[in-house]
Design a protein around this ligand. Structure first.
Ligand code: NAX
Length: 327
């Protein structure tokens, strides 16, 4: 039997946590032969801790053979101790009358503390995925708060946008979702992100040739992907949870186990390519192997794409400026 991998999950008693933990414990994230120890963080309030105890009781009741241990805590330094993977899901939701600026600052407080805790106690190779919104900027804050860890350890989740875009394309082109490759979602996990199928292929042939429809791209595809989260809230009365958990599992699985040359979208600290200033956490196409990701470089950026990529960058730069005084 392999040595257990320590997986920390914050916001573990929330909706996404509930859709995530059972799948991790079943081996869907790290492999069916990989034991895991779940290290679960929730707010100190009794309601949150009681909910966490309930989730842990249910995890126990599943008797998952791969679940080698569990810790429930309100202390980030306990949750992140020796963590190999950290899924930062818990975040402060936008309250009534709360400005975007206030939301950023409230989350900055959480992610500076969690970044510092990761810096202090996590494995030096910890793979951090930030799901809690604003995900890219929260990942940036955590990264900046963890100077002893490599910036490449910090990523933000664009995978849900990527998967949403894949499904829209599959329907439009009348092809199987699993046959589409080389899709990209550039930028921020927000309504400014830019799903770009110019390089996408189906069975090796260009998807763009099949869907050569600039009007559909600009006025249907991009807005549908951008507003999908809002559409789900309107329909369900709650935000995306199972699809978000699924995306988180896909992101980490691919990061750890590799994509065999397939492109996936990850929010990663920029290396300066594609005109994205260094350090900004921006969605880009990557391939992964041996636990590391490599950017797909050298893609041509046309005028339409440049404008979209700059717009989502401007939003990220504004978010970064809003928290700069804290870092
Ligand atoms: P919930 O409100 O159901 O759960 C969040 C949980 O986090 C709560 O149980 C809360 O007590 C806990 N929490 C809050 N602050 C914490 C802290 N400092 N430490 C530990 N736990 C903390 O939200 P849920 O639907 O699970 O969504 C979680 C986050 O994911 C939200 O920020 C949401 O906006 C974000 N999302 C991000 C997505 C993405 O693609 N990146 C998509 C889905 C989702 O909207």
């Amino acid at each position: 039997m392999k040595q257990p991998v320590r997986v920390a999950v914050t916001g573990a008693a929330g909706q996404i946590g509930y859709a995530l933990l059972f799948r991790i414990a079943a081996g869907e994230m790290l492999g069916k032969d990989q034991p895991v120890i779940l290290q679960l963080l929730e707010l100190p309030m009794e309601k949150a801790q009681a909910a966490l105890r309930g989730v842990m009781m249910e995890l126990e009741d599943c008797a998952f053979p791969l679940l080698a241990g569990m810790v429930g805590t309100d202390d980030p330094e306990v949750a992140f101790k020796d963590a190999d993977v950290a899924l930062l899901v818990g975040a402060r939701p936008r309250g009534p009358g709360m400005e975007r600026k206030d939301l950023l600052l409230e989350n900055a407080k959480i992610f500076t503390v969690q970044g510092a805790a990761l810096n202090k106690v996590a494995s030096r190779d910890v793979k951090v995925l930030v799901v809690g919104n604003p995900a890219n900027t929260n990942a940036y804050i955590a990264m900046k708060s963890a100077p002893d860890l490599k910036p490449a350890n910090f990523t933000a989740m664009l995978r849900l946008d990527h998967n949403r875009a894949l499904s829209q394309l599959a329907v439009k082109a009348g092809v199987a979702v699993g046959d589409i490759e080389n899709l990209v979602v550039w930028g921020n996990h927000s309504s400014t992100m830019y799903p770009d199928y110019r390089f996408a292929t189906v069975g090796g042939a260009s998807l763009k040739d099949r869907i050569d429809d600039a009007d559909w791209n600009a006025n249907s595809f991009i807005p549908t992907v951008a507003k999908r989260g809002a559409a789900i809230i309107e329909a369900r009365g709650l935000s995306s949870a199972a699809s978000a958990a699924n995306a988180a599992i896909g992101h980490v699985r691919d990061w750890v186990l590799g994509t065999n040359g397939k492109w996936v979208t990850m929010g990663v600290p920029s290396d300066g390519s594609y005109g994205i200033p260094e350090g900004i956490i921006y969605g880009v196409p990557v391939t992964t192997a041996n636990g590391t990701y490599t950017r797909v470089q050298g893609l041509p950026i046309d005028e339409f794409s440049r404008a979209r990529m700059d717009k989502t960058l401007a939003e990220l730069e504004e978010e970064r400026a809003g928290v700069a005084h804290l870092l």
